[in-house]
Structure formats: C-alpha cells, structure tokens
Design a binder for this molecule. Structure first.
Ligand code: MN
Length: 284
C-alpha cells in the first residue's frame, strides 16, 4: 500500500505552539512517520511560520483536525452560532492552506462533546447548508474536508458510516469525504470491516487507535480485520495513529475526550510501536 502514514501531534505535545512544534515534528520523523496531524482548534492563533519551518526542517507533510465548540456550532438553529462556526472553520481552512496541509477533518459538522438530546432536522439542515458553502471555499484553497464519524459521546450528528454517507449525499459535493476512526467504529458500528467497505470510495482519511485510546498494539479492536477491506476499496489516503494519555495534556481536549488516566508514559516509545504495528498489519 502507498498510504502516507501519520501521527496525531497529541501523542507528543499538549498544544501546538511555536515552542514545541519542532519537537513534535522531529519525534514524528524519528519514529518513522511521514505526516503529522495538527490540532487546529482556534486556528487563527496558530503560528504559520513556525509550523511551516518545523514541517520543512523535518521533511513532514501535515493534516489538520478539530472539533467545533458548542458556541460556534454549524449544526444549530442559532444564526450567530452558525456564523461563528463558519468563521472557525474558515480560519482552519486558511491555516491548512498556509502551511501546505491539504486536509481539514474532525468534528467539523457540529459541536464536539457530549450532547444531552438528539439532533433536530433543522440543526442537521443548517449543518449541511454551511458545509456546502465551506466545501466550495475549501476546494478553492486546495483543501479537502473530512467528516470524522465519532461515538455518541462526542457528537449527536454523525455516529456511523451510514450517517456520514447520507449527510454527504445531502451536501452533494465530492470535496467532502468520510474520516473513519477505529476507536469510534469499535463503539458504534455493528461490523467495522463492513463499515469500511460501505464507506468505499468516500473514505478519505483514517485514524487508527486502540479501543482504550492507548497504544496501538493494545486494546480489544482487531486492527487486522480492516486490512482486507481497505485493500478491497483501494484506500490510498493517509493512515494516522491517534492516541491520548494524560501524560501529554491539553486540558480542554483531554476533558472533552474524557482522558482521565495515563494509557502510556513514553510518547516516543508508543509512537515507534504504533509505526511498527501499522507496518505489520497494513504493509504500509
Ligand atoms: Mn479520531
């Protein structure tokens, strides 16, 4: 397989700032990765020059990911919140374009976190309308938008591949792709291998992570079960290792993701092991 292999910066650093971007990139490179996934929350405050030079110095490409705050939510009936959400995403697309990242994914279609009721039809509609507009401006910037399908505690809009396909159908634009994650599929899909097949050519980005968000070799998810389906759909996109431990702490992200304990202690060790597992399981 000719996939680019990535690692989420959160394995190495709590937040993306000029004092640690170079360190994160160097460790990613030394552990054998091609790509670093930058947490692009509130992207207007991120440092474009420091990011670009760290990427160049370490020979890495970048992708960007984020989740929308509850007060900047495009899946809303509150016009002001929708507009803040669109501005938030526009900043992330601009940052991605400026640092040479061709991808912005995550919970970009609605608020990221625990919801206390189901999505309404009107909220879903406003998300789709906003996404249509964003996808066309992202396209102009050479950026693809990815809808990360996540578990019920992080979104009330897209929890399964079926949800994602129906949403893309309603958006009606090829610039929007599915972003799957083994950690989330393990919770929500009847059969993750079937879910990958169902995603088919719509799959544009993949997170591999353990069922407990720790090291890739641990947990109960059978990573090998999706190797064949990925081949069958000719998946040639990025495969990114995502893992979180309270050793590396971003207080906001950790709280939303419910990272309450150390799943590992040594970032570099867990990164190197994951790189080996990806190679063993996917031949990539
Ligand atoms: Mn993920």
């Amino acid at each position: 397989m000719s996939n680019s292999i990535g690692i989420h910066a959160g394995v190495f650093v709590g937040e993306w700032n000029p004092s640690n971007t170079d360190l994160a990139c160097r460790l990613a490179r030394e552990a054998g990765f091609d790509t670093i996934e930058i947490p692009a929350f509130a992207a207007a405050r991120l440092d474009v020059d420091a990011t670009k030079s760290a990427l160049e110095r370490n020979g890495l490409t970048a992708t960007c990911s984020l989740g929308l705050p509850f007060d900047a939510n495009i899946a809303s009936e509150d016009r002001a919140s929708i507009e803040r959400g669109m501005a938030y995403l526009t900043d992330a697309i601009a940052f991605a374009g400026a640092v040479g990242s061709r991808y912005v994914g995550g919970i970009i279609y609605g608020a990221f976190g625990r919801h206390i009721r189901p999505i309404t039809a009107a909220e879903r509609r406003s998300s789709i309308e906003a996404m249509r507009e964003l996808a066309s401006s992202a396209n102009t910037a050479g950026v693809t938008l990815g809808l990360e399908i996540v578990n019920r505690y992080e979104s009330n809009l897209l929890n399964t591949v079926s949800d994602g396909l129906a949403y893309i159908e309603d958006v009606g634009m090829d610039e929007v792709v599915l972003h799957l994650d083994t950690y989330h599929m393990n919770i929500e899909e009847d059969n993750p291998a079937e879910a990958v097949r169902l995603a088919g050519s719509r799959l544009g980005y993949l997170h591999v992570g353990a069922s407990n968000r720790g090291g890739l070799a641990g947990g109960s998810f059978d990573l090998a079960s999706i190797a064949e389906p990925l081949k069958a759909i000719n998946y040639d996109g990025t495969i990114t290792f995502e893992s979180f431990s309270s050793v590396v702490l971003d207080p906001n992200l950790s709280n939303t993701l419910a990272i309450w304990r150390n799943t590992w202690d040594n970032s570099f060790e867990i990164a190197s092991q994951a790189r080996q597992t990806i190679s063993d399981v996917f031949g990539a």
